[in-house]
Design a protein around this ligand. Structure first.
Ligand code: DQA
Length: 146
């Protein structure tokens, strides 16, 4: 299992911990990333983190992942509900991906009920807060093992 796991977070997730904590929890993105780093160390896989508030940068990152990435974990944040470009990038690179949302997007406003990403990922995890990233990491390991 030489390949790495790439964890991509979209807009405003750099503010986790201070951003609407009643919805997104009190953990910062750095805290989530260090938990995943620890999991990766135990599983002996490489992990890389990328956060951007810009759609095109996320598309570029997905394209570049072709070289060395075994699985992408992605929380596209607001782009989940708007971005055909991120959807197409994921479909183009054919790297298996796991979609994560801290909140249960289906229990919130109608505009959050549709994900452009869901159809091109292996599966989606939503509603478990920061723990969703841990679940996604285990899913990524399982995908890469097969
Ligand atoms: C989110 C849900 C999205 O609807 C929202 O725009 C976000 C975060 C989540 O993790 O619950 O920014 O992806």
């Amino acid at each position: 299992m030489a390949k790495k796991v790439l964890v991509i977070n979209g807009p405003n997730l750099n503010l986790l911990g201070e951003r609407e904590p009643e919805i997104y929890g009190s953990k910062s993105l750095k805290e989530i990333e260090s938990e995943l780093t620890e999991l990766a160390r135990k599983a002996k896989v490489e992990v890389e983190f990328f956060q951007s508030n810009h759609e095109g940068e996320i598309v570029d990152k997905i394209q570049k992942a072709r070289a060395d990435t075994g699985c992408i974990i992605i929380n596209p944040a607001a782009f989940t509900h708007t971005s055909v470009a991120i959807r197409d990038a994921l479909a183009s690179v054919k790297i298996p991906a796991v979609e994560v949302h801290l909140s249960n997007i289906y229990g919130r406003e109608d505009f959050r009920h549709h994900s452009y990403i869901a159809a091109v990922v292996r599966g989606q995890i939503a509603g478990f807060g920061a723990y969703g990233y841990i679940l996604a990491f285990h899913a990524a390991l399982e995908i890469m093992r097969k």
